[in-house]
Ligand binder design. Structure first.
Ligand SMILES: C[S@@+](CC[C@H](N)C(=O)[O-])C[C@H]1O[C@@H](n2cnc3c(N)ncnc32)[C@H](O)[C@@H]1O
Length: 290
C-alpha cells in the first residue's frame, strides 16, 4: 500500500545540520578551555562536531550553529556541564598500565598498612580522573588484597571526575562481561565480581564499591579536600591540558600529598617541569620528598 505524503513526512528522522564553522569551533574550544582546562586542537574538529551533534539532538535543535548561538545566551548556564560531559574523552580500562597497580600492591601498600595499623591510622587514596570507574575499582581490588579483613586501618578511596554522566556509570559498577574476560587471570579474581541481572554484564562486588566515594570535581577549580593523601592517581588527563594548567595542578597535588606519598601519571605523560619536591622512582611514578 502506498504511503500518504503526510505519513512519509512524519517518518523522516530529524536531520540536524552538523556543519562546524571555524568561528564556532574557536568559540567552543575557548569555552571548554575556560571551563575544564581541556585544549581542543584544530585537528580534532571532526570529533568535536560529532560530540556536539549529540547535544544538538538532545536539545531538539536544528544545527551546531544554533547550539553555539544558544550557548552564548544567559539561559545556557545549565547546558555548560552537559557540553563538558559531551567533549570529554573517557577511554579507560581495568588495570590499565598495569605496573602501577603492581607497584601499589607490592611496594607501597604492604608497608603503609603495616605502619598505619600499628597506630590505627588512615590511608587515603585519590583517583583524580576516575572516568567510568575501572581505575578506582582496580585500586580498590589490589588494596583489598593487601588489607584482607583487617579493620585496624581507616582506608578510603576518593574517586573524582568532571563528567557527571560517566560518574553515574562508575557508581553503578556494572560492566560488560567481556571487559573482564580480557583481564589477566591473576588480577581478575581480585575484582570479586557479582552476578548481575543484565545479560552479558557483571558487577563489581559491594565490598569494593564501599571502599570508594565518587564525587564530581573539576581539576582546574578549587578543591574542597584538605588531604593529606598517601597516593594520588592522575592518569591520562594531563594530555588534555596545557603546560600552565598542568604546572598549577601539580603544585596543588604536591601540597595535598603526604611526604613519602606517591603520584602516578599516565605512561605518555610527564611533569611539565621537574618539581623540587617530587622524585621519579619508576615509570611515571613520583615520590613526594619530605
Ligand atoms: C582518558 S580518561 C582517563 C581515565 C583514567 N584515569 C585512565 O587513565 O584510564 C580522562 C578523564 O579525565 C576527565 N577530565 C577531563 N578534564 C577534567 C577536569 N578538568 N577535571 C577533572 N576531570 C577531567 C574526563 O572526564 C575523563 O573521564
Amino acid at each position: 500500500m502506498a504511503m500518504s505524503r503526510s505519513s512519509t513526512a512524519l517518518a523522516q528522522p530529524h536531520l540536524a545540520d552538523v556543519t562546524l564553522t571555524r568561528d564556532d569551533m574557536a568559540f567552543i574550544a575557548k569555552l571548554v578551555y575556560e571551563q575544564a582546562g581541556i585544549v581542543i586542537r584544530e585537528h580534532k574538529e571532526a570529533m568535536t562536531r560529532g560530540r556536539l551533534a549529540r547535544r544538538v539532538k538532545a536539545l531538539g535543535l536544528n544545527s551546531v550553529a544554533e547550539y553555539c548561538a544558544f550557548l552564548k545566551t544567559p539561559q545556557a548556564a545549565g547546558e555548560i556541564p552537559e557540553l563538558i560531559n559531551a567533549v570529554t574523552t573517557n577511554h579507560t580500562s581495568f588495570f590499565r598500565e598495569r605496573h602501577h597497580f603492581d607497584h601499589l600492591r607490592k611496594d607501597v601498600l604492604p608497608r603503609l598498612v603495616q605502619e598505619r595499623s600499628a597506630r590505627r591510622g588512615r590511608i587515603r587514596i585519590w583517583c583524580s580522573a576516575a572516568s567510568s570507574g575501572e581505575e578506582p575499582y582496580s585500586i580498590a581490588a589490589v588494596s583489598r588484597d593487601v588489607l584482607g579483613s583487617r579493620s585496624d586501618v581507616d582506608f578510603k578511596i576518593l574517586a573524582t571526575d568532571i563528567d557527571t554522566d560517566i560518574l553515574m556509570k562508575a557508581e553503578a559498577a556494572i560492566y560488560s562481561a567481556d571487559q573482564f574476560d580480557r583481564l589477566p587471570p591473576d588480577v581478575k579474581p581480585l575484582l570479586k565480581l557479582e552476578a548481575h541481572s543484565g545479560r552479558g554484564e557483571a558487577r563489581i562486588s559491594e565490598d569494593l564499591r564501599r571502599m570508594i566515594a565518587f564525587k564530581r570535581l573539576n581539576l582546574i577549580e578549587r578543591w574542597p579536600m584538605s588531604g593529606p593523601f598517601d597516593i594520588i592517581f592522575c592518569r591520562n588527563v594531563f594530555i588534555y591540558f596545557d603546560t600552565q594548567t598542568k604546572a598549577s595542578i601539580l603544585d596543588r597535588f604536591v601540597t595535598l600529598l603526604a611526604p613519602g606519598g606517591f603520584l602516578y601519571l599516565g605512561h605518555s605523560e610527564s611533569l611539565p617541569q621537574p618539581h623540587p619536591q617530587l622524585r621519579l622512582i619508576g615509570r611515571t611514578i613520583y615520590e613526594r620528598l619530605p
